[in-house]
Structure formats: structure tokens, C-alpha cells
Ligand binder design. Structure first.
Ligand SMILES: *[C@@H]1O[C@H](CO)[C@@H](O)[C@H](O)[C@H]1NC(C)=O
Ligand SMILES: *[C@@H]1O[C@H](CO)[C@@H](O)[C@H](O)[C@H]1NC(C)=O
Length: 462
């Protein structure tokens, strides 16, 4: 190539033949290319149709159409599988095709800035109405402008073929603003009860924690966390937007708000149980010492082993119950010179000289008191069984009161009260001889009888 050629633009055709001389001057590249192409096609006259070589003249992007005897644009968007990858939209182009982003705002009319229409349509007038084309049976059929890519819908628009025409519409969720489809911000319309997230072409509603989308995907309904495995250890209460853990009776909620710990009720008060409080999971129970049974929930009641038959006393013995236990005593406790006259009663016969200075009778009685009674406390009343006119009875503690824990308070001629003078603590027992001296001043009569009272003091205050 000479220096003159080097100065010419790339698309300047080489000076090949005299026929092309009119085009030898440099034209803008694309125009020149098309002019050159027309020249070539023009050279392939209809008379050459018998020669198979003739249609090989079609350039890339065109194919020979035997019917029209012309080169015809190939719609690569239809013939090449996956002509455009991903989100790219295929736009057919005379002699080629373009891949454009769907969303890209691009030149709207390829025709206006692109090459002229192919020679086929120019040379064979379409006998059909606009939007139709003749088929092989010479009848007019609708042209699908959308698949043939001869529409002017924007990449943001959807093309819908119609009989004889087509329509450019915006996809759902888009609105036409000017020539373009623009995403509708549905969130501006307060479709969502709680929160709204706008998405290209749509929107999504979201709910605050503790709520979930309702069936209409817009309103928010409370989530029942209790049914969804809320981590409450014992009891779960659903509430609007949240939940609360609670504990069963006898448990308290831990600081974490979920777990429950046993309440030590016994540590709260010493009055819960009369004797002993035993904490248990979720509750407490009262226990009683041996010989007692629980009365209701907190009180202890002495078990009367003599009544229940739980005693071990023999036939010759009498069972004596006291606070916290029982005692088996010989039924006959009479000691010489006394003789037994009935249960509990021994008599010293006046005929026996040994009885002269002795109380004429001894009666055995038993009683039980609790520890630490407040004093003074009346504990036992003595009553003369026979009343003689003009007789006077005097009462005294004859034996068993070495520490002065008791005293006698005379009530009248025939009765007196044994009084506990000091608080005593069991277990212990006293055997008190309470003597009644009967006197008749007129007859100078004097008689003495003894009530031998065994006082059991229980170990407890109950
Ligand atoms: C709600 O959204 C779900 C999942 O996206 C969908 O299957 C369902 O049809 C939607 N319901 C309504 C009423 O829109
Ligand atoms: C009690 O004894 C006195 C004599 O000391 C007598 O006067 C009185 O009537 C007696 N009372 C009764 C209730 O027996």
C-alpha cells in the first residue's frame, strides 16, 4: 500500500473496478459499508437465480431468501440459543444483534439511526394491511412484532403482540412515567401494617418482632410464642407482641425471666409449721415428732396410742396416754398393807394396825401437760367424793413437790385446784400425793385420803 492509502480512513474501499469509482471518495464508515453492500446485491440480478453461487454473496447476518431473491436479515435473537446472557435483552439488528441491559435506557428506535430496511421489503410491497404479512398460502397473517423484534418497546417495557399491532406495557409493579416504566414505590401507599420494603416491581411487608405476616401478607398478627416453643420453664402466657413466663405456685421466676426456682417457704416464717417445716420442690410440708400426727397442715396432735391400739401393754396393765407417748402401768398398784378395792383405788383396812397412821385410801390418777405452759396454770381439780354435813376438807401436797413446782388452791370445803407454779420442760414426770384431810370438829373425827397423781410433762409445747 502506498502513502496515499495510508491517509484514507479504514472504510474507504480499495479502488477495485471502474464501476465503483463513484464511491471511491471516502464516506462515513457505515454509510460506505451499506453503499457497498447495495452495490453487491445489485450485481446479483434475478437472472442469476439459477446459479447457486449467487446467494453466497450475502454478508454476515443475512441469508439468502430464494422467494424474494434477496438477502434477508437473520433474527439472531431467535436463531442463536442464548444469544444474550443473563439479564441482557436481545435486540435484533439488521445484519447482527445487540445485547442490552433490560433496564438500560437506550436509543429507542434502532431503525431511525440504523441502516435502512432490507431490500426485500423495499422491493416487494406488502399486499397485506399494516401489521400483517402474506404467508405461503398468500393469506395475510399477523406479524408478531414482539418476537420479530420490530417493535419499539423500551427495554423496561413488556411487548404484547396484538392482531395487526402490538402494545408496550409496563410489568406489574411498574408505572409509565414519560417513555419509561418506573418501579412503583408501593410503600408510599401504606399497604403494610408495620413495615414495608419496596422491591423492583413489588414490595414486601415485614412485621415487628413478636408478630408475623397475616394471610393477606400485609397485616401483622401476634405470634403465640407459647405455641412456638417459648423457653418458659413452667408456664407461658402469650401477650400482644410478646410473652411472659410465670412459675407454678411454690416457685419464683429467675432473673433470666424464663426459669423457675423453688421457693424455700420454710425460710419465710417459723410459724408455718408447729414442729418442723420441710421444704419440697414447689411446696413445703410440716412434720411432727414421734407420737404425734399432723392435724390439718401445720399442727401436731398427740396420738393416743391407748385409743388407737398401738400400745404394747399387757392384760394386767393399764395403758396411760400422755403427750408424745404412753405408759403401761400395773392395774394393781396397791402395796401392803393396802388392798385393791377397784381399778386405781387401794384401801388400808382400819382393822389393820399398820393402817393407823396411814391415809385410809390411795387413788391413782394420771395426767399429762405440755412443756413451758404459762404459769400459774390450773392443772387438776380435786373433789371430795362424799360430803358430810358439818365436815371440813383440807387439801395439801403431801409428797412429790420437792422443788415447789406446784401448789394447792382451796376452792371450798370439798374441792381444791392443783396449780402449776413454774414453767416446766419435759420430758419428765411428777408423782404427787395430794392429800385430803376431812375433819369434823364436833366428833373430833379426822380422816385422810390420798390422790396419787402422776403428771407427765411432754417434750413439746403441744
Ligand atoms: C403471601 O405470600 C406467600 C409467599 O410469598 C404467597 O404464597 C401467598 O400466595 C401470598 N398470599 C396472598 C394473599 O397474597
Ligand atoms: C364448810 O365448813 C364450815 C365449817 O368450817 C361450815 O360452816 C360450812 O357450812 C361448810 N360448807 C359446806 C358447803 O359444807
Amino acid at each position: 500500500m502506498g502513502g496515499a492509502v495510508a491517509e484514507t480512513p479504514d472504510f474507504c474501499p480499495p479502488p477495485l473496478s471502474p464501476r465503483m469509482l463513484p464511491f471511491a471518495s471516502c464516506l462515513p464508515g457505515s454509510l460506505l459499508l451499506w453503499a457497498f453492500l447495495l452495490l453487491l446485491l445489485g450485481a446479483a440480478s434475478p437472472q442469476d437465480s439459477e446459479e447457486p453461487d449467487s446467494y453466497t454473496e450475502c454478508t454476515d447476518g443475512y441469508e439468502w431468501d430464494a422467494d424474494s431473491q434477496h438477502c434477508r436479515d437473520v433474527n439472531e435473537c431467535l436463531t442463536i440459543p442464548e444469544a444474550c446472557k443473563g439479564e441482557m435483552k436481545c435486540i435484533n439488528h439488521y445484519g447482527g444483534y445487540l445485547c442490552l441491559p433490560r433496564s438500560a435506557a437506550v436509543i429507542s428506535d434502532l431503525h431511525s439511526e440504523g441502516p435502512p430496511p432490507p431490500p426485500a421489503s423495499a422491493q416487494h410491497p406488502n399486499p397485506c394491511p399494516p401489521g400483517y404479512e402474506p404467508d405461503e398460502q398468500e393469506s395475510c397473517v399477523d406479524v408478531d412484532e414482539c418476537t420479530q423484534a420490530i417493535h419499539d418497546c423500551r427495554p423496561s417495557q413488556d411487548c404484547h403482540n396484538l392482531p395487526g399491532s402490538y402494545q408496550c406495557t409496563c410489568p406489574d409493579g411498574y408505572r409509565k412515567i414519560g417513555p419509561e416504566c418506573v418501579d412503583i414505590d408501593e410503600c408510599r401507599y401504606r399497604y403494610c401494617q408495620h413495615r414495608c420494603v419496596n422491591l423492583p416491581g413489588s414490595f414486601r411487608c415485614q412485621c415487628e418482632p413478636g408478630f408475623q405476616l397475616g394471610p393477606n401478607n400485609r397485616s401483622c398478627v401476634d405470634v403465640n410464642e407459647c405455641d412456638m416453643g417459648a423457653p418458659c420453664e413452667q408456664r407461658c402466657f402469650n401477650s400482644y407482641g410478646t410473652f411472659l413466663c410465670r412459675c407454678n405456685q411454690g416457685y419464683e421466676l429467675h432473673r433470666d425471666g424464663f426459669s423457675c426456682s423453688d421457693i424455700d417457704e420454710c425460710s419465710y416464717s417459723s410459724y408455718l409449721c408447729q414442729y418442723r417445716c420441710v421444704n419440697e420442690p414447689g411446696r413445703f410440708s410440716c412434720h411432727c415428732p414421734q407420737g404425734y400426727q399432723l392435724l390439718a397442715t401445720r399442727l401436731c396432735q398427740d396420738i393416743d396410742e391407748c385409743e388407737t391400739g398401738a400400745h404394747q401393754c399387757s392384760e394386767a396393765q393399764t395403758c396411760v396416754n400422755f403427750h408424745g407417748g404412753y405408759r403401761c402401768v400395773d392395774t394393781n398398784r396397791c402395796v401392803e398393807p393396802y388392798v385393791q378395792v377397784s381399778d386405781n383405788r387401794c384401801l388400808c383396812p382400819a382393822s389393820n394396825p399398820l393402817c393407823r397412821e396411814q391415809p385410809s385410801s390411795i387413788v391413782h390418777r394420771y395426767m399429762s401437760i405440755t412443756s413451758e405452759r404459762s404459769v400459774p396454770a390450773d392443772v387438776f381439780q380435786i373433789q371430795a367424793t362424799s360430803v358430810y354435813p358439818g365436815a371440813y376438807n383440807a387439801f395439801q401436797i403431801r409428797a412429790g413437790n420437792t422443788q415447789g413446782d406446784f401448789y394447792i388452791r382451796q376452792i371450798n370445803n370439798v374441792s381444791a385446784m392443783l396449780v402449776l407454779a413454774r414453767p416446766v420442760t419435759g420430758p419428765r414426770e411428777y408423782v404427787l400425793d395430794l392429800e385430803m384431810v376431812t375433819m369434823n370438829s364436833l366428833m373430833s373425827y379426822r380422816a385422810s385420803s390420798v390422790l396419787r397423781l402422776t403428771v407427765f410433762v411432754g417434750a413439746y409445747t403441744f
